[in-house]
Design a protein around this ligand. Structure first.
Ligand code: NAP
Length: 313
């Protein structure tokens, strides 16, 4: 079996920064990524709150730069194979992928991120890919001159609604309260945009369809107003994220929502197992905090490996 120092599961900003720190410390570092390196930011049109880019940078370019930097310092990438299990092996870990290839690692950093939440309403699953989407960057151009709705009131919903105005004739933002959660400067742009109409105090009760594609949404009012049907060509759902923490369930402590509990250095409740980025319990889920978490986790994991190696040696 192949032996490495550091297995990093996930190639988003947290994993890529962990890989950069680990590889620069000359640890044998492998990043395992189900798709291409970059993570969720690859599907983000524009990132304008990552330091050093005064006008912002496309999410795809930022992800690629982080990838190149980690690779430049010697991190290896194994892409397009998902990790199926992480098992304890003495003080080490055996990491097994979907091809049943195994590596033994002294330490593991879980940086698997999070996936968008579902609404769990009738029609959502049936019309996914037929008008229901979780990625405006991927699917927005399909809705040129059409009418779409974005569901949610956080940063993701409002940013993606603004992005969709590049294509769609009209964008509704459907929010369950009467105030947005999104950062104020994004809210201002949203309220100024003539293509955007707010649907306050509304939740989606059903996604309706006709001829095999979305025809609209049935909205239920949360403030006692009458319910209504909104005719639409597309619906983009951004109601938060849930962690991809299945791999370590049972191995380390998770919170009630499945996010991995870590200390301020990225250590989980299991020795040698670290975590960083959106998969962890954290108030602020940003590229910059994911990158910082990846750096801390790598720093601590390297120290853990060194201490073990010294005490064995
Ligand atoms: P979020 O901040 O958790 O916001 C989720 C939104 O969806 C909230 O407005 C919430 O309403 C609403 N919601 C939740 N469940 C719902 C349901 N079942 N039905 C209807 N509405 C529902 O999630 P996010 O916007 O996906 O962002 C996730 C994290 O990434 C956040 O930390 C965010 O700051 C970060 N992020 C940052 C940027 C950026 O900095 N540029 C961009 C994207 C994401 P309530 O407000 O009533 O709770």
């Amino acid at each position: 079996m192949e032996h490495i120092d550091m297995a990093i599961i996930g190639g988003g900003p947290a994993g890529l920064t962990a890989a950069l720190y680990s590889a620069r410390a000359r640890a044998k570092t492998v990043v395992f990524e189900t798709g291409l390196p970059g993570g969720q930011i690859v599907t983000t049109d524009w990132v304008e709150n990552y330091p050093a880019f005064p006008e912002g940078i496309s999410g795809a370019e930022l992800g690629e730069l982080m990838h190149r930097q980690a690779e430049h310092f010697g991190a290896e990438f194994r892409t397009f194979a998902s990790i199926e299990s992480i098992e304890a092996h003495g003080l080490d870990f055996i990491v097994t992928n979907s091809e049943d290839e195994k590596v033994v690692a002294h330490a593991v950093i879980l940086a698997t991120g999070a996936v968008p939440k579902r609404l769990h309403v009738p029609g959502e699953a049936e019309f996914t890919g037929r008008g229901v989407s979780w990625c405006a960057t991927c699917d927005g151009a399909l809705f040129r001159d059409k009418t779409v709705a974005v569901i949610g009131g956080g940063d993701a919903a409002v940013e993606e609604a603004l992005f969709l105005t590049k294509f769609a004739a009209k964008v509704y933002v459907v929010h369950r309260r009467d105030a947005l959660r999104a950062t104020k400067c994004i809210q201002e742009r949203c309220f100024e945009n003539e293509k955007i109409e707010m649907k306050w105090n509304r939740v989606v009760a059903e996604v309706t369809g006709a001829d095999g594609k979305v025809s609209g949404i049935q909205l239920k009012a949360t403030n006692g107003d009458p319910d209504e049907h909104l005719p639409l060509d597309g619906i983009f759902i951004f109601v938060g994220v849930e962690p991809k923490s299945e791999l370590v369930r049972g191995m380390c402590e998770l919170d009630d929502n499945g996010f991995v509990k870590i200390d301020h250095n990225g250590l989980t409740s299991y020795p040698g197992l670290y975590a960083a980025g959106d998969v962890t319990v954290s108030d602020l889920k940003q590229v910059v905090t994911a990158a910082a978490g990846g750096a801390s986790a790598a720093f601590e994991a390297l120290r853990y490996i060194d201490e073990r190696t010294c005490s064995i040696g």
